[in-house]
Ligand binder design. Structure first.
Ligand SMILES: *Cc1c(COP(=O)(O)O)cnc(C)c1O
Length: 308
């Protein structure tokens, strides 16, 4: 018997430790939802893999397979979950990784815990001023960045890891929930996970995205673009509710903090604060607004866990 891991490799090369798939789907008894006739389930994607957590595993695995052993270059901010996951994958697979980090080096020294982890995992960090960073998809700028990083010929994964292969990888998340939920909710950054999830859901269930960035108005167009690229057209039923960003990316409010602390106590679930907390907070608000009809089964995707 040959062993093949989820990146499609087999034999001699190092491979990713086996992911826990399908991820567990567990009921969360919560009177605040039940009193409105809503049954809450938690889709524990945070348990897929100890280091390539949640949707980052679903998005990265197909890209690492496509990289075929080439060094991997990707992009992110100073606290990016995606950069950490890519760095960890590089260590586990013996692949060189380069992280292009938004912002000048001076602003990032000493390294915060997230970037320090990336570096410890062997990722070469390449700090880039914000103006250049914004233009990173422009072919000339990208080529210059790769040259500076000494990474010409590397496999490029976009910021947040969302490209067509990643979106197709997230379709499985929807398929795992088929027949188990009427509404599937998740937090959105780039929207790549939602684009794939919606495509994997059967007719009759729908995806609900909670953007964590302020001004998420661009996101619907981005999700349509990703679905076009991944599947050749729109797929599945989905919508966004952009009222729960709480001030923007990585921002919080006392109300959100209190809600997340309380949710941890009630359910014994470590609540990741940048994404997952806002999604759960939004779901309770929507439930109280009677956005879900009585009898709805609502699956909340726990896309990640706190970084400590
Ligand atoms: C990256 C991330 C997301 C956002 O995923 P997108 O595909 O970019 O929308 C959601 N939750 C967690 C925990 C993440 O790390």
């Amino acid at each position: 018997m040959t062993s093949t891991d989820s990146t499609g490799r087999s034999g001699g090369r190092p491979s990713l430790p086996r992911p826990r798939l399908p991820s567990p789907l567990v009921p969360a008894a919560d009177a605040r939802f039940e009193q409105h006739g809503v049954r809450l389930l938690l889709k524990r994607d945070d348990l897929i893999h100890p280091e390539l957590v949640g949707n980052k595993w679903r998005k990265l695995a197909p890209n690492l397979a496509r990289a075929g052993g080439r060094p991997v270059v990707t992009f992110g901010g100073a606290y990016s979950n995606h950069l950490r996951a890519t760095a960890a994958a590089g260590r586990l697979l013996g692949l060189p990784t380069v992280g292009v980090v938004r912002g000048e080096e001076l602003a990032h020294r000493p390294l915060n815990a997230s970037l320090a982890r990336c570096a410890a995992d062997g990722m070469r960090l390449c700090f880039t001023d914000r103006a250049t960073y914004r233009r990173k998809s422009d072919p000339g700028t990208l080529a210059a960045l790769l040259r500076t990083a000494g990474a010409e010929g590397a496999f490029v994964v976009p910021e947040g890891g969302s490209n067509a292969a990643a979106v197709r990888g997230c379709r499985e998340l929807g398929a795992e929930l088929a027949g188990r939920a009427d509404v599937v909710a998740l937090a959105c950054g780039t929207g790549g996970t939602l684009a794939g999830l919606a495509a994997g859901l059967p007719a009759g269930s729908r995806a609900l995205g909670i953007p964590v960035l302020k001004g998420g108005g661009f996101l619907a167009g981005e999700i349509r673009r990703l679905q076009e690229e991944a599947f050749g057209g729109p797929r599945g039923a989905w919508s966004l509710d952009d009222r729960f960003h709480c001030g923007g990316y990585a921002r919080s409010t006392p109300g959100l903090d209190a809600f997340a602390d309380d949710f941890e106590d009630r359910h014994g679930l470590p609540v990741e604060r940048v994404y997952v907390a806002k999604m759960l907070y939004g779901l309770l608000a929507l439930t109280r607004e009677h956005a879900f009809t009585r009898g709805t089964t609502l699956a909340a995707v726990v896309t990640g866990r706190p970084f400590a």
